[in-house]
Design a protein around this ligand. Structure first.
Ligand code: KG4
Ligand code: ZN
Length: 355
């Protein structure tokens, strides 16, 4: 009987953690037990920003205010649990847009006080790494993380996602996602540009334009995407000035190839330099199909094990915050002191705000 009891589907056990994410334009609420994802509700204000070509902080904050309680309700319904069942709460304390962060932080503090449960103020970037545990189980230690989002592009050494993250390098100018968004605008594609470039590139020739590979200070783990973005803009301008049509799919594919080439090369180099066998990729740009394919190809060639969460978990969501909260809770890390602020420039080394 005892043996049979373990042969059925794994029942979710352990503490129930609610995660709240409001660092940019997505109001995300996730529910996680251990490494098991029970709910992932996201309300996006992206359509309200599209006509401005970028996220308008005030608009995002107001949208978070309106979406917060309904999104929490939706997550609870998805998971089939009640608010009173929640054992701990986690919220993005930073980095991100100050006003947007503030909405999530205030809501999370209110829930924590009302429920009398611990609250973890967590780092958005660490959460982008921790979310992979929901798909692929415990992160091997150490791992190298390539974190590529709209606001950040970094290589991190991750001895332990709950307690220790060491930055190895970062972009010196534009983030990879920012470059995708700006190049999309040059090509007349809607905001946010990443998914549109990804789709357009599927029909294009990646070798059409040999855009520069900005290997900023070769041998380091730093990136630079501003020169590439300018090179695309100049190339498009020259075509337009000559009265020639712009081959959007080919330019998108060539640009995407240049980004994926540099990111994967530097990530594999960092793994080799630090003798690390595991690479995890996170953040919105990790949803990019070419980046995922090229990373797999290069990791296979270098004997590195690659972990990338499914695209829906790469872009901002509450599940990633709940995943990191669940890890902290499982380690017995005490909840944060409730006085923590929303910190728009929280460093990646601060995984959780002090208890
Ligand atoms: O992590 P994320 O959702 O938000 C931030 O924390 O910034 O990342 C958003 C970024 C945007 O720049 C968006 O264009 C990019 O991720 N992105 C993509 C793709 N999906 C989202 N970039 C390239 N290819 C994609 N499929
Ligand atoms: Zn993000």
């Amino acid at each position: 009987m005892t043996a049979l009891a373990f042969s059925g589907p794994r029942a979710a056990t352990g503490p129930l953690v609610l995660g709240i994410e409001t660092s940019c334009d997505e109001t995300g609420v996730g529910l996680v037990r251990g490494h098991e994802l029970l709910a992932d509700a996201v309300a996006s204000s992206v359509d309200e920003h599209a006509r401005f070509g970028g996220v308008v902080p005030e608009v995002a904050s107001r949208a978070h205010l309106e979406a917060m309680v309904p999104t929490v309700q939706r997550a609870l319904e998805q998971a089939g649990v009640r608010l009173a069942d929640v054992d701990a709460i986690a919220v993005t304390a930073g980095p991100g847009l100050a006003g947007a962060l503030l909405v999530g932080v205030c809501a999370a503090k209110a829930y924590a006080l009302a429920l009398d449960k611990p609250l973890y103020g967590v780092n958005h970037l660490a959460a982008h790494v921790a979310v992979d545990q929901l798909e692929h189980g415990q992160l091997p230690a150490p791992a190298i993380a390539l974190l590529v989002s709209g606001g950040h592009s970094s290589l991190l050494l991750v001895p332990d996602v709950a307690t220790q993250i060491r930055p190895l390098g970062a972009t010196i100018d534009d983030a990879a996602g920012e470059a995708f968004d700006k190049v999309a605008r040059v090509l007349g594609l809607p905001f946010p540009g990443g998914p549109h470039i990804d789709r357009a590139a599927a029909e294009g020739d990646a070798a059409h334009v040999p855009f520069p590979r900005a290997k900023y200070r070769d041998g380091t783990s730093d990136f630079s995407f501003s020169g590439l973005k300018t090179a695309v803009a100049r190339w498009v301008e020259a075509r337009e000035a000559a009265g020639e049509p712009v081959p959007v799919a080919d330019v998108a594919a060539s640009f995407q190839e240049a980004v994926a080439d540099v990111l994967t090369r530097k990530a594999v180099d960092a793994c080799r330099a630090h003798g690390v066998e595991h690479l995890v990729i996170g953040g919105g740009v990790a949803a990019n199909s070419r980046l995922r394919a090229l990373a797999q190809e290069r990791c296979d060639g270098a004997g590195i094990r690659l972990r990338v969460p499914r695209p829906g978990l790469c872009t901002d969501n509450g599940a990633m915050v709940a995943a990191l909260g669940a890890e902290l809770h499982a380690r017995g890390v005490p909840g944060s002191d409730l006085n923590f602020p929303a910190d728009s420039s929280l460093p990646v080394t601060m995984i959780t705000t002090p208890s």
